[in-house]
Design a protein. Structure first.
Length: 101
């Protein structure tokens, strides 16, 4: 296999795993599921909430896709595809920030 392909797979896996950990950690701390909607609160917390949703976005998207009532195959494929691309981007961001890429 091409080493570049394996690097992309690893970046996507790291991005999705980081999103899942953040989403589960948010639920553990607050008792509320993490979604894309921003909750009202102090203005200084908005950048933190945006960063949290930026990294946890793929896990939120996949969770929303598999819990929606409409079981359309096209929507599931589109949601998972978008989440995979998003995971690749956030994984690349995380690996670059850690100096591993």
């Amino acid at each position: 296999m091409d080493p570049a392909f394996l690097t992309y797979v690893m970046m996507a896996a790291i991005g999705f795993a980081a999103g899942g950990v953040l989403m589960s950690g948010f639920f553990l701390v607050t008792g509320k599921p993490l979604g894309f909607a921003l909750t009202p609160g102090p203005v200084w917390t908005v950048p933190l909430h945006l960063m949290l949703r930026l990294i946890a976005g793929p896990a939120i998207l996949v969770h929303n896709v598999f819990t929606m009532e409409d079981d359309s195959f096209g929507l599931v494929v589109a949601g998972v595809s978008i989440a995979a691309c998003w995971s690749l981007g956030s994984g690349a961001l995380l690996m670059t920030s850690l100096g591993q890429l």
